[in-house]
Design a protein around this ligand. Structure first.
Ligand SMILES: [Cu+2]
Length: 663
């Protein structure tokens, strides 16, 4: 069973324990003896099952259970033990016909167990990982307050007893003062703990984490504004100049449908930028009428930091009437894309993206010179319709038998797409722009393309039709026909049952340029949901180690460091993790090492319950965004900075500070 399923099962059992404890408490309060006893037995059994599910999860990693083991279960266990001791004997006696099983202590203790069960689950959902002393104190005080209030409701308040005849007897007076003492001191403890807990919870985090390496040195500072691209192409190369103007436009898809888009140059996708290795790419970005501002981020391209397009970190956002010139060497071959990085959860979705493809100069890469059909296929969803390369998802293309074909798939959405290439065996020549080592021929497999990710699929055109099926839509996708005379004849099989190809076991292993076991720094990022501050406001955020942007500490590295990331997904959603300015090497997923081709990626899909280990060498100085590429998640807090020692920013440092004003 996957960790994700254990997480869900544990939530279900936690809900059941809440339900059974409340059932026991309410039936006992109503003096329904038999149902109360049955519910109490059920509650105890479910609580024991909960211990098992938490133990199973603990086996998958401490991150998944920390707050359950340290707070939720002990709190529930103590309350449950009290409930059994206080309510159990009278209920058993009632079953034998003595009394009705009711006692004030019994009702209060059973309901307190119910509050403890509920509070534990709420703490998991609202606070998550890591558990702080503040969270623990607040949670325990809430349960304590619940117990005190219940006692006041279930047993008559001391003042009422004081008016009755009981108060006249000495033992009655003692009982009253004891009750008052418990009430007042209990209340005082609860209020103090809650206050201390809230105070602790609102403390700011450290501004930086060092991952076990040294802290900031006293080296002379360099500004990201000075980390810019070189001014001339390599020998033999040319300057590829483009002018992109961000503007609103009504775009007509080939299907005839019109969409209100945000565009570069009135086109969706924006102009395709292509270059040959060694060229210099120079793009002047202007903004006509996107009020919130735009930038250009070169996704997966390890540009100098000042060209990275992160507003508030590497430049100021380009507002209407302003412009910014990006310049960087086309030194990486492969399939990439560009998009705005300001309020990108809105802007990219509405169309502010385009493709970037750099081909090798000498054509020495296997087959690349001979590829006669080379299609760049960004996959984007507009209003629920998947649009491929600006087409409407029913694109047809002629490809004579024997034609070498390369399909460059780019996922420009925030969710993964399932890709099936039907009708031919093929190879995945490159992932995220980087060639794989000895990629084998595959067929009848599904490919999961993470948000932001790219796959280059290559094959020789057979003499029958080939279909690219996206998300199982057999009417959409791309058709390649070998002959001009049989349009769209081939029937496409149902591809939904095909197994998913695991890229961690695809291709052949090869040497990598550094030893990832010798990491200079190791950072752990636990991804979750919870209440956290995002851009200065409290939100139900997507969090990293319990915090939201910009309150997540920067990760400090020094140039030349080998850096290791452990990325843990505790949540029920997928998080495509994306580090700017670097490619990372996949080491393992859920403890199973990558055994196929070295897999260098800029985005990796961390699914619910998964734990990924990746490593990279810090060779590109700057301040780099490190975030979830589900862009709404990033906007809701799941974003932090990787900062090189000695690099500063004059742009404020907080990514897209005005992003929150976008609707
Ligand atoms: Cu995410």
């Amino acid at each position: 069973m996957t960790t994700g399923l254990w997480i869900i099962l544990d939530h279900v059992v936690a809900l059941l324990s809440i339900a059974t404890w409340f059932a026991a408490g309410v039936t006992l309060a109503l003096r329904r003896t038999r149902p109360a006893l049955a519910a109490l037995v059920a509650a105890v059994l479910v609580t024991l099952v909960r211990v098992v599910t938490v133990a199973m999860l603990a086996g998958r990693g401490w991150w998944f259970v920390q707050e359950k083991v340290l707070l939720g279960l002990p709190m529930l266990g103590a309350a449950a033990a009290g409930a059994v001791l206080l309510a159990g004997p009278r209920l058993l006696a009632a079953r034998r016909g003595r009394g009705d099983g009711w006692s004030a202590g019994g009702v209060v203790s059973v309901l307190t167990a119910a509050y403890a069960a509920l509070a534990g689950l709420v703490a998991t959902f609202l606070a998550g990982y890591p558990l702080t002393l503040g969270t623990a104190l607040v949670t325990i005080s809430v349960v304590g307050a619940g117990a005190l209030l219940t006692a006041r409701v279930v047993a008559p308040p001391a003042e009422i007893i004081a008016d009755s005849g009981v108060a006249r007897a000495p033992e009655g007076r003692r009982a009253i003062s004891r009750r008052r003492f418990i009430g007042w001191t209990g209340g005082a403890v609860v209020v103090t703990a809650a206050g201390a807990g809230s105070g602790l919870s609102s403390r700011p985090a450290a501004s930086v984490t060092t991952g076990g390496g040294p802290g900031r040195s006293s080296r002379a500072a360099v500004s990201v504004a000075d980390l810019r691209g070189s001014g001339s192409p390599a020998p033999g190369g040319t300057v590829r100049r483009h002018a992109l103007t961000a503007k609103k436009a009504t775009v007509r898809l080939p299907s005839g449908r019109e969409i209100a888009a945000w565009t570069y140059n009135g086109e969706v996708p924006g102009p395709a930028i292509t270059a040959t290795q060694g060229d210099l790419i120079e793009v002047r970005l202007s903004n006509a009428d996107i009020e919130d501002g735009v930038t250009l981020h070169w996704h997966g391209y390890d540009v100098p930091c000042g060209e990275d397009g992160s507003p508030g970190v590497t430049q100021t956002v380009v507002g209407p009437g302003a412009d910014f010139v990006y310049r960087f060497p086309a030194d990486q071959v492969g399939t990439y894309w560009y998009h705005t990085h300001h309020a990108s959860h809105v802007g990219v979705h509405k169309g502010l993206y385009g493709t970037l493809v750099v081909r090798p100069r000498d054509g020495e890469r296997a087959g690349s010179a001979a590829e006669q059909l080379d299609l760049t296929l960004p996959v984007h969803t507009f209003d629920g319709t998947v649009v491929i390369a600006g087409g409407d998802g029913r694109t047809e293309q002629l490809a004579p038998p024997g034609t070498p074909v390369r399909l460059r798939l780019i996922n420009t959405d925030s969710d993964p797409h399932r890709i099936v290439l039907a009708g031919t065996p093929f190879r995945i020549a490159a992932v995220d722009g980087r060639d794989l080592n000895q990629p084998g021929e595959v067929s009848d497999v599904g490919l999961r393309l993470p948000a932001g990710g790219r796959y280059d699929l290559v094959f020789l055109m057979p003499d029958t039709s080939v279909a690219l099926v996206v998300d199982g839509d057999r009417d959409g996708g791309l058709r390649l026909r070998p002959h001009g005379d049989a349009p769209g004849a081939a029937r496409i099989e149902d591809t939904s049952g095909l197994p998913e190809l695991d890229l961690l076991r695809y291709g052949a292993a090869a040497a990598v340029p550094f030893d990832p076991r010798r990491a200079d720094r190791h950072f752990t990022m636990v991804l979750d949901r919870g209440v956290a501050m995002v851009d200065g406001r409290p939100a139900y955020a997507h969090t990293v180690n319990g915090r939201g942007h910009p309150a997540i500490p920067d990760q400090l590295v020094a140039e030349g460091d080998i850096v290791r990331f452990t990325v843990v997904n505790r949540s029920l959603g997928t998080h495509p993790w994306h580090l700017h300015g670097h490619r990372v090497l996949i080491l393992s997923r859920d403890g199973t090492p990558s055994t196929g081709s070295p897999l260098w990626v800029d985005t990796f899909d961390v699914r619910p319950g998964e734990t990924w280990e990746v490593a990279f060498r810090a060779t590109n100085p700057g301040i780099w965004m490190n975030h979830c590429h589900n862009l709404p998640h990033a906007h809701q807090g799941m974003m932090l900075r990787l900062q090189y020692d000695g690099v500063t920013t004059p742009f404020g440092g907080s990514h897209g500070a005005s992003a929150g004003h976008v609707h």
